[in-house]
Design a protein around this ligand. Structure first.
Ligand SMILES: Cc1ncc(C[n+]2csc(CCOP(=O)(O)OP(=O)(O)O)c2C)c(N)n1
Ligand SMILES: [Mg+2]
Length: 369
């Protein structure tokens, strides 16, 4: 793990730390700490395994034509989303990109509702009208799923502004790829967050490629966390394949956001094991098979499992049981999605504008006037 900081509170120690106490019992994650490690590790392993098996089924469904449009898998990056989201409280917010299936599940949106959304069904979390890139859940404060690169970053800044304006102590976690930091929206949004000290944590998932373009071909600097200096905010660089380190680093940033209303920029170094989307080759075009194979050695699930084996926290049989259990959850989600109804025609005009007492049921034109 590499960690660096600039402005803000005093520099922290370089050694990995235990998850902060305040991170306990949030977002369904059991408490960490000396006696709770085993439970926490099992929880994180199960979460990542569920996401992996779920997305393997997504690839299958896409090939069968059950999922239409674009479909971007998160396989290989589960350590980042899982570790980060595990420290949140239920009343915090998450906002992300089109690579959103696994993070939606990590945030507690039921796999059934996610799969149904991917299948374009009325029972999906966005009522079948969002699809793969636009998963939303008001209940889980999951604010999308956004297809426009960097488009979610100013929204996260706005959410953090609203939290502060209302005097709350929630935080907003915002995920985006390393290619988004070259977009103007990133700079405008981080400038405001630094200036106004907003409770937002920006997580760059640096998987080294924006579609087929390598970071070094698109960015004037390779150490992209350095950009935090321009906006007077603390920054960290973290090994995104190590779910526990991600959890610790994001946990600190979340506490800082809650207590001091300070934003943080975190660069999580990760790698996607699949192509950019389902229509992109896994390797052989812009990246070599040898490069991919090197990164496959650092699979976040295998890394946590190995650590748990070493510490005697899990046996092979228990891993097999866990795997069978999450596979059953995914099969159930598939069956649910497959047998769910399509959205009805009148759903075309619902969820277009916010419904208030005066606009509920009114035609769109009337609602706008
Ligand atoms: C504003 C905008 N420009 C271009 C695109 C096309 N596009 C879709 S994904 C992508 C690459 C983004 O890469 P990155 O931010 O690193 O995220 P990753 O896909 O690696 O998770 C691009 C250029 C877009 N969706 N939005
Ligand atoms: Mg990328």
């Amino acid at each position: 793990m590499t960690r660096t900081r600039s402005a803000g509170p005093a520099p922290q120690a370089l050694a990995p730390q235990a998850p902060p106490a305040a991170a306990a019992a949030t977002n369904g994650a059991p408490a960490g700490g000396p006696s709770g490690d085993r439970g926490l590790h099992r929880h994180l392993l199960r979460e990542m395994l569920l996401q992996r098996r779920f997305e393997e089924r997504c690839a299958e469904a896409y090939a069968l034509g059950k999922i239409g449009g674009f479909c971007h898998l998160y396989i290989g990056q589960e350590g980042t989303g899982t570790g980060a989201i595990s420290v949140l409280r239920d009343d915090d917010y998450v906002i992300t990109t089109y690579r959103d299936h696994a993070q939606a599940i990590a945030r507690g949106i039921p796999p059934r509702a996610v799969m149904a959304e991917l299948f374009g069904k009325a029972t999906g979390c966005s009522h079948g009208k969002g699809g793969s890139m636009h998963l939303f859940s008001r209940e889980r404060n999951f604010l999308g799923g956004h297809g426009i690169v960097a488009g979610n970053i100013p929204i996260a800044t706005g959410v953090a502004f609203a939290i502060k304006y209302r005097g709350g102590d929630q935080v907003c976690l915002c995920f985006f790829g390393e290619a988004a930091v070259n977009n103007g929206a990133f700079h405008e949004a981080l400038n405001m967050a630094g200036l106004w000290r907003l409770p937002v944590i920006y997580i760059i998932e640096n998987n080294r490629y924006g579609m087929g373009t390598a970071l070094e071909r698109a960015s004037a600097i390779n150490d992209i966390a350095e950009r935090a200096r321009a906006y007077n905010m603390p920054r960290s660089v973290v090994d995104g394949q190590d779910v526990l380190t991600v959890r610790a680093v994001v946990g600190e940033a979340v506490e800082r956001a809650r207590r001091e209303q300070l934003p943080t920029l975190i660069e999580a170094r990760t790698y996607r094991f699949m192509g950019h989307s389902m229509s992109d080759a896994v390797s052989g075009t812009y990246r070599s098979k040898a490069e991919l194979e090197e990164h496959l050695k650092r699979d976040p699930i295998a890394l946590l499992r190995a650590r748990m084996h070493e510490r005697g926290e899990i046996t092979d049989e228990e891993v097999a049981q866990l795997d069978a259990e999450v596979r059953a959850v995914c099969e159930d989600a598939w069956q649910f999605a497959d047998s769910s109804p399509e959205p009805t025609l009148d759903a075309l005009t619902s969820d277009v504008t916010a419904e208030t007492e005066s606009t509920a049921g009114a035609p769109i034109a009337a609602a706008r006037s």
